[in-house]
Ligand binder design. Structure first.
Ligand SMILES: [Zn+2]
Length: 216
């Protein structure tokens, strides 16, 4: 039975690396896949991993009908044995419904990869729809670690080095270097709640105000 599988996790948990691995394993077996992505760090129409691997992909813009794309592709006599959707958190809920239809009506496996929650620890709409519709949700086993060594389960956004919990869910084009540069860091829930990033923990450790008071 074809399946809609949601591989979920935090940032840095190796989602895109696994997506590339699945793509490699299946194409090595002579299978043909369609790779959808959106706003990959390597640029438009690319699926890349932090480990440096990259492959071509179909950039999915707003309003693109993913089911329609597959029907069109197949009607041209081309093959699609499986679909990979990376950065699936950025897809609209309707596009996740279209992926479910690809599984049910076209009988093609769909492997979606996405970050579950945003920097405010709220579900991305695309990820929420995947949790609702997926046949299986796999939490990735390559665990990202917080600076304290605990399992990192939350994504933090920093602006100019300071953690923020408000702002737009998706900031596009935040790659320019500046004092207000937006960064991301994975944290455990405890340190996400306390808004303690690696940098602020280091600063606190160096401050005499917070040195532990030794017993008299
Ligand atoms: Zn921590």
């Amino acid at each position: 039975m074809p399946e809609l599988v949601f591989f979920s996790g935090t940032m840095d948990c190796g989602k895109s690396t696994l997506a590339l691995q699945i793509e490699h394993n299946r194409s090595a077996r002579g299978l043909a896949g369609i790779i959808f992505t959106r706003d990959d760090r390597a640029g438009e129409g690319k699926l890349s991993s932090r480990l440096g691997l990259v492959t071509d992909a179909v950039e999915v813009g707003d309003g693109v009908d993913l089911y329609g794309y597959l029907v069109e592709h197949l009607s041209q006599g081309r093959r699609a044995d499986y679909v990979i959707a990376d950065e699936a958190q950025f897809l609209a809920p309707e596009q996740i419904d279209q992926l479910a239809r690809v599984v049910d009506d076209l009988e093609i496996d769909v492997y979606a990869f996405g970050i579950t929650t945003d920097f405010r620890s709220k579900l991305f709409p695309g990820s929420q729809r995947l949790v609702e519709l997926a046949d299986r949700v796999e939490v990735l086993q390559v665990e990202a670690l917080c600076w304290c060594g605990a399992r990192a389960t939350h994504n933090a956004r920093t602006v100019g080095g300071v953690m923020v919990v408000e702002g737009a869910q998706v900031v596009v084009g935040d790659v320019n270097q500046s004092a207000d540069e937006i960064g991301y860091e994975v944290l455990c829930r405890r340190h996400h709640r306390r808004r303690m990033t690696a940098a602020s923990a280091r600063a606190a450790a160096l401050s005499p105000d917070v040195l532990p008071v030794s017993a008299p």
